[in-house]
Design a protein around this ligand. Sequence first.
Ligand code: NAD
Ligand code: MG
Length: 394
Amino acid sequence: MDAMKQVTVLGATGSIGQSTLDVIARHPSSFSVYALTGNTRVAEMFSCCMQFNPKIAVMADASAAEDLEKKLRNAGAQTQVQSGVEAMKAVASHPDVDYVMAAIVGAAGLQPALAAAEAGKRVLLANKEALVMTGSLFMEAVARSGAVLLPIDSEHNAIFQCMPSSYRSGDQATGIKKILLTASGGPFRTLSEQEMAVVTPAQACKHPNWSMGRKISVDSASLMNKGLELIEACWLFNTTPAQIEVVVHPQSIIHSMVEYVDGSVLAQLGSPDMRTPIAYGLGWPERMASGVSSLDLLKIGMLNFEAPDRSRFPCLALAEESFTAGGTSCAILNAANEVAVEAFLNGNLGFNKIPVIIEETLSRMVSREAHSIELVLEDDGAARQLATSLIKKY
Ligand code: NAD
Ligand code: MG
């Protein structure tokens, strides 16, 4: 690799953020950390700063930033501490920055990720909610600025790897018949509707194959994660839900596939470890070591496939319908889901009521043309308010 690349990691204290720093630490002569961002967890951010010595650390929360500042000064560290969303946008778009890992969870990640896209950075996108909310504006920003958008979500990274080597995110793919988007099926794949009504947050967060943040773990359990990923794939690969088939593959060894018009099906396989797509994004178009263990197919023995059960997992169809409806529908879907998942995690909503809240929020709101980010954020806020009031009924 040529010159040292300066990297900003948005959401550095999270699961993807930590895996990103793990990969970066393996290549000290290729990458240096320009900035790290976090939300409230000061102790984690402090140890990241001590290890990677970023120029800037941003906490979303102002009092967390104050605490971090004190700890870093006491330790004699040079890192400057800032707080708030404007500071996150600034470290995502600073001229010194080459690569931005967008790994904040949820709508909170949208503005910094978009700032990186607008500034023409190499954007490693894990924050799928950003594309779900503002897919057309986001892809327009990428096209306008010349940003390089590399998907980090394992499925989308697999699809990207199965595309012709000249393919860039947002291009109309040629010679392709369909995309096979794989899903693990989550921890409740085999549960009945009655059993799913009484599951706990701890059960929902215990994913069979992946270790992830709590929000995406619940999304995986409800299959909303696959719904969000379907929308994400439509934007990234310039296609429609009709060209995407969701295939449940419980072992999570094949991370997704592309079927070409000649009948060839290309797949990307690997151990379920996010450091593979992260290293792909950092190294692209070259390959670099990630620390991921070799795939042992003899030990795995079997790969299974089944159709998703759309009636036990209504979130998948809600996402498909929202993409087809267009406008701000997907932002409304995403906002209602974030509120419902949070309520479930706090013990205030049953797991099986998550799709009920989303459906009711969607049906009571009127989707609008998504002309601007401000308008999308308005509908995001309105959907959150409505979903919060609906939850009180349950
Ligand atoms: P996580 O909960 O482990 O980490 C979230 C990060 O976002 C943390 O650094 C946190 O400080 C930050 N954050 C949270 N709220 C914030 C706010 N209001 N303002 C600023 N920062 C805030 O989540 P994760 O599992 O690392 O997932 C991150 C993103 O990557 C999500 O969009 C998820 O869907 C996506 N993703 C994750 C995985 C995975 O394996 N974990 C796989 C594919 C995609
Ligand atoms: Mg995924």
